[in-house]
Design a binder for this molecule. Structure first.
Ligand SMILES: C[S@@+](CC[C@H](N)C(=O)[O-])C[C@H]1O[C@@H](n2cnc3c(N)ncnc32)[C@H](O)[C@@H]1O
Length: 499
């Protein structure tokens, strides 16, 4: 059941119920944060929807313009100005997946506070990055795009069905510098390291998401938090091992519980005995305008080292968001590092180069596919494209690398929707523009259309890339009759614009 379905079916929690469920945090008010009533009131209010624009496909002002055409008010989030795209706040009930621009990979929906951790990772192109708990991948995509969609990001998760959702988002956003892996992050193979940056966006009791999922109010409590804490410590401990000396780890949760936040960080700092440093989160330089609070240093009789105040807490009533916790850690330059990993061997079959030449010729691409991408056959189904310099390790074996772009096990072989969206903006042949909104939406509903002779004048019968106002939507077959058969997938990364 989705969070939206849950919200419709379950009775909303009242402020009194919220206050009772969260009463154990009351002693923090007046110490690290103020305004208990404001905190409870904020949690009882619905949360604005937040999306970010894909920096490689559309700028924020243009995306806001598309929303304005639909009569949807969109306001930029000022403290997210350094995110690769532009973060826009939309009304709470707004469903991005129902809109064509989402299906075309021009934007991604991600709660505003959830966008913070990658912004504190000090990311730069060329870094090798691990996202240890990555699904469904909003932060992975932010990291990947902050690296310029080049180089090597590993995105790991423990839940196979969540890796499928993660891959769906990466396909829709045309992210080509990520390999996904399926492993218990607490036991992640050391053979994969070392990494310059690691994100541990840990599984947690999710109290900070109560505004989206009020039924959680009946599940949270100290026992649940204690249970999560041992897994969180194992994840953070592993991240320290996998990080290169001098590298950075960001640990984050969306919960208020100190047991899952400062106490986890304090335990790992103590274990590392000076080889790991908690850094002050660079809020004023990276997140100007964000109202944040310090980490908790006294909790239920335990006093933590004062440096734990360097952790960052975002309380829901401070910026009208969900709740979040972030710790930025640096591994000592003289700490022990791991040897460089063995690289995964590239798999290709003799015909594969010809498939790529065929795609480039059919669609009149300005340069050969292999000039810009690493091409790989990951299964009998067909070919994947990854960034030319993407270098996944041999272990753990990736579930997938880059995007699946060309299906070769069908007759005739076909460009996939992800392939069309990735390559279609620069295609010069076999491109058919569906600029009328009704035609665009019919294509997304997988309907067969009859374009005008003028629309199809530049195409001959066969496969075509369909575009809307220059943005590629996917693939269709133009029949000799003049009918255009949509090949838009029935399931496409949470998109329902096709009905
Ligand atoms: C908070 S969510 C991550 C959200 C994600 N970073 C994003 O921005 O979309 C935590 C994730 O950790 C995964 N997880 C839980 N236990 C894990 C483990 N032992 N190793 C790796 N991932 C784990 C869950 O399946 C879940 O997808």
């Amino acid at each position: 059941m989705s969070a939206d379905d849950r919200q419709r079916r379950e009775p909303a929690a009242s402020p009194a119920e919220l206050a009772a469920a969260l009463a154990r945090y009351r002693p923090l008010f007046g110490d690290v944060v103020d305004d208990w009533d404001g905190f409870i009131d904020a949690l009882a209010r619905p949360l604005a929807t937040c999306i970010w624009s894909h920096p490689g496909r559309i700028d924020g002002a243009r995306l806001a313009g598309l929303l304005e055409e639909q009569g949807v008010p969109a306001a930029p989030v000022p403290w997210l100005a350094s995110t690769p795209g532009t973060a826009l706040l939309l009304p709470p009930a707004f469903k991005p997946g129902q809109h064509w621009w989402y299906c075309a990979g021009l934007a991604h929906a991600q709660e505003a506070v959830s966008q913070l951790p990658p912004l504190l990772m000090d990311l730069a192109p060329g870094q090798r990055v691990l996202d240890l708990c990555a699904a469904p991948g909003g932060k992975t995509a932010q990291i990947a795009l902050a690296l310029g969609n080049r180089g090597t990001v590993l995105a790991n998760d423990f839940a196979p069905e969540r890796i499928a959702a993660l891959q769906g988002n990466l396909d829709r956003l045309g992210v080509v510098n990520v390999s996904t892996t399926w492993a218990d992050g607490g036991n992640y193979p050391a053979a994969a390291g070392p990494f310059d940056r690691i994100l541990v966006d840990a599984p947690c009791s999710s109290e900070g998401t109560l505004r989206r999922n009020l039924s959680l109010v009946r599940k949270i409590g100290p026992e649940r938090s204690q249970r999560m804490a041992s897994r969180q410590r194992a994840l953070l401990r592993k991240a320290v091992q996998l990080c290169r000396p001098g590298g950075r780890i960001v640990y984050s949760t969306c919960t208020f519980a100190p047991e899952e936040n400062e106490l986890v960080v304090a335990d790992i700092l103590a274990e590392q005995d000076g080889r790991l440093r908690l850094m002050p989160a660079p809020v004023s330089s990276r997140l100007p305008g964000l109202v944040s609070g310090p980490g908790v240093t006294r909790w239920q009789g335990r006093t933590l080292p004062e440096e734990l105040a360097h952790c960052l807490r975002v309380w829901p009533h401070a910026n009208d968001t969900g709740g979040f916790f972030i710790a930025v850690l640096e591994k000592g330059a003289d700490a022990r590092g791991l040897p460089q990993p063995e690289a995964l061997a590239l798999r290709l079959e003799p015909d594969d180069a010809a498939w790529c030449t065929g795609v480039a010729e059919h669609y009149g691409l300005p340069e050969p596919v292999e000039a810009a991408y690493r091409i790989q056959r990951q299964s009998r189904r067909g070919l994947h494209l990854a960034a030319a310099d993407h270098a996944p390790p041999a272990a753990p074996a990736p579930q997938g690398s880059g995007v699946f772009f060309h299906r070769t096990n069908v007759r005739p072989p076909k460009l996939t929707t992800a392939g069309a969206q990735l390559l279609g903006a620069t295609a010069t042949r076999q491109v058919l523009d569906l600029d009328a909104p009704a035609e665009r939406d019919a294509h997304l509903r997988r309907e067969t259309l009859t374009p005008t002779p003028a629309q199809r004048a530049a195409c001959h019968p066969g496969q075509v890339i369909v575009r809307h106002r220059g943005w590629p939507l996917g693939v269709a077959v133009l029949h000799r009759s003049g009918d255009l058969e949509s090949l838009f997938p029935r399931k496409w990364s949470g998109c329902t614009a096709g009905g």
